[in-house]
Structure formats: structure tokens, C-alpha cells
Design a protein around this ligand. Sequence first.
Ligand code: NDP
Length: 288
Amino acid sequence: MPAPQTFLSELIALFGQPVAENPTQYMHEQAFASLGLQWRYITMEVPAEKLADAVLGLRAMNFAGANCTIPHKVAVIPHLDSLTETAQKIGAVNTLVRQKDGSLLGENTDGKGFIQAVTEAGMDLRGVRATIFGAGGAARAISVELALAGASSIMLVNRTYEKGERLAAQITNVTGVKTTACAWDENCAIPAGTQLVVNATSIALAPNIKDLVPIDYGTITPDMLVCDVIPNPPDTPFLQRARAQGARTLDGLGMLVYQGAIAFQLWTGHDAPTDVMRAALEEVFAEA
Ligand code: NDP
């Protein structure tokens, strides 16, 4: 890159705790560099009790935006000026965007990133029947976006049944799409007629990469698309077992790239170089 004519860069922050191993900074900085943008993305360890100060700091230093990860995705909302309609429905935010008037808008790109990856895999989501494992932040964002994309029914299966039941009622309430909760027993079966299956739990998240989502794999059929949210390593035991049943599979790397790409476009106004972003993540994960 040529020497800059100004030493003021546009800044993006990542707030989280723990956050040191989050690969997003490298992904975005590679993307900025590939487009010749003088932007910086800075990873910051922010404890829960310092979040309000951190957002004030963003405003004072005129950051163009931020990402929020655990534990801030819900807690950040009262510190923002406005939310997109989907962030309101999801009730959590992973992306902050400075508006022209300096105010901060909250958006959630996690579920949108998932939808983009699934759509790219060739699935038409209108009328789809989905089964989702998990009822945390990822399951919440994916369920809302699936409902908004036209899914006809969603079943949530969660280890802590009451949490799944609460989330199912909320999703039905905010989207109007029938969402039910199911207890996760030892031999959890995927209902016949399911077209989309998603592991949105943290099972197989590094370092527990050999952990298997405990379900009845005999109920996975070749007409299902089976997805995992775990991006590293992307080919989880869950996906391997689903492929052995003849199902098509989709890993969590695409979701991670696209949630970042949507945020990148909101911050910079440029289409994100998704190939560069994917290559950056693969590089980080290969070295890890
Ligand atoms: P949360 O902590 O909000 O939720 C975790 C979920 O996993 C809960 O439903 C929890 O169940 C369930 N769970 C955890 N361990 C087990 C287990 N051993 N058996 C059964 N269920 C289990 O996390 P998030 O929803 O924010 O994140 C979930 C995963 O999604 C993480 O691995 C994260 O890295 C990934 N993710 C990936 C993204 C991507 O772009 N690819 C984006 C966002 C997240 P319970 O309620 O019973 O505790």
C-alpha cells in the first residue's frame, strides 16, 4: 500500500471477553487491505462492567463501528441509539454501525450470515421445516432469520428444556412462525419431513473438537441439509456423521465469513471481498 496522505484511520472495535483468540480482526484487516482502505479493526478485551465506558469511548473517538461478542451481545443494547428491526426481534446485537449523525445503530448479522451461506448452498428457505439444536445466541439469531426468510416451522431442541421453551415462544411471538420446543433425550430423533438441521450449540468448539452432538443419526436422511455453526475446525464429527447418512452438509465457516461480510458492507459501504476473508480465516485456523 502507498504511504497514506492522512494519519487518521477509520476504526472498528471488537468488544468481548475472552476475545484474544477471536480471528475476526485478521479477517477484516485482510479485507480492508485488499480494497486499499485505510481502516483498522482492533480487538479489545472489555469486561461486562466496563461495557458502558467502552461504548462511550467508541463515541468519543468517532469509531465507525464495532462487533460485540460474548458477553456483550444483549447487554450492549441499552447503550445504543437505535436497532434494526431484526436486531429488535432477535434481542441481541453483534454489529454497531456509526450513522451519518454520529448515532450508533445496532444490527445482528449472525443469522443473516447463516441464511446467506445456506442460500448459497442452493436451499430455498420458503416453506422449509427446520430442526435446530441449541437455544443460545446463535440459535436465536438463526431461528428469527429463518422465520423471516419463510420457514414454515421450526423445532428447537435444547439441553435445558425451559430455555428452549422460552425461546420458542419468543420466536413464535415476534415472527408469527410456528416454533416448538422439544426435550433433548438420549436418543434424540430428527422428525420425518425435516429439510434443514442445524447444530447451534457449542458442542465440538475447540478444544473439544471430537465431541459429537448426541442424536439418533439413523433419523438423518439424504434429503436433509445438515449445518453446523462451529467454524474451527469446520468439519465437525456432527457433519461427518450426517454425511455418512447421505445428507448434504454445510460448515460454520461460511456463516462466519458472511456475518463479517454484511458488517463490512454496513461500515465501509463497499462489497466485502469474501474470498479474501475466507482465506484469512483458513490461514488463522490452520496455524491454530
Ligand atoms: P450460548 O452460550 O449462547 O449457547 C450455547 C448453546 O449450546 C446452549 O443452547 C447450550 O445449551 C448448548 N450446549 C452447550 N454445550 C452443550 C452440550 N454439551 N450438550 C448440549 N447442548 C450444549 O452460545 P452461542 O449461541 O452464542 O454460540 C453457540 C456456538 O455458535 C458457539 O460455538 C459459537 O462459536 C458459534 N457461533 C458461530 C458463529 C459463526 O459465524 N459461525 C456465530 C456465532 C456463534 P444450554 O442452554 O442447555 O446451556
